[in-house]
Design a protein around this ligand. Sequence first.
Ligand code: PLP
Ligand code: COI
Length: 342
Amino acid sequence: MAKQVASDIDWNNLGFDYMDLPYRFRAYYHDGKWQDAGLTEDSTLHISEGSTALHYGQADFEGMKAYRTKSGEIQLFRPDRNAKRMKDSCTRLLMPAFPEDQFVQAAKEVVKANADFVPPYGTGGTLYLRPLMIGVGGNIGVHAADEYIFTIFAMPVGSYFKGGMVPTNFITSDFDRAAHKGTGQSKVGGNYAASLLPGDEAHKNGFSDCIYLDPVNHEKIEEVGSANFFGITKDNKFITPKSPSILPSITKYSLLWLAKNRLGLEVEEGDVYIDQLDQFTKAGACGTAAVISPIGGISHHGNLHVFYSETEVGPITTQLYDMLTGIQFGDVEAPEGWVQKV
Ligand code: PLP
Ligand code: COI
């Protein structure tokens, strides 16, 4: 695959697609420590057929973005949170975490080395970073690997869901994404493997993605396959599900904080019953890739529940979107520690 050339990119029409940029960070864990760390131009990995990542899913990852500000500088949004969450995912999969401060440093190195690929301010595009760790080496028994590869690669992206800040419809799934005491809280490859079939069914039926319900009774909303869920009630309360099997979204916790402290809304992490959607006037999916993607309606057992509108975005969702993206692109003052210059 040929290396991506920046001048070939149509910045205003970016999707969410892989590109082979000039540089990525790579580090190798062997003999009990991380070593041989640095940038490389090689976008391929040469690993043993016995690698635990291939057989037993010993693999975790992160998703974060670099933003071009109006003055042309580049900044990261809460990268320390991604470093911490990856450490937690590593703990769950018995992998040696890459040190959190070095994680943030490595992310900055990747952004700097690929600075020509950070989309211009005003296009809405961002440089998406994908930190990834895999268990490697010759193994066959079900146990943790002795060797690991950590990498951070990057690519410019636009909207994850078609249209971005335009409402689209979602559908509940009869499948579970994760169990309460499984790996739902961790950002591990297996969760996404389990979501491929339900996600494909949703797409084939014209929905953006599926919404998973609690794995015990299928009564409460858990999250979207690639983002967390939130709803805004008739009396303007911001509610988002609480469950041991959903990914603790950095975007969701940022929105909870902003809704409470900047918009003065009441906020709650609690139960969101699928048969009580009438309490909400608006709903959305939120995440690094999804940003805020308004949910027009949710189809459940053949009935489509429409929120504010299938085509228009509600005013609070718009306010939250403008505040979040304003902070990320440097136009709105960020809470202490939320943005880091590259
Ligand atoms: N839930 C799932 C399953 C995800 O894949 C993501 C994306 O990272 C999120 C939620 C949102 O998390 P964050 O806001 O940290 O990107
Ligand atoms: C993200 O939002 O960064 C994600 O990881 C979601 C999806 C692309 C898997």
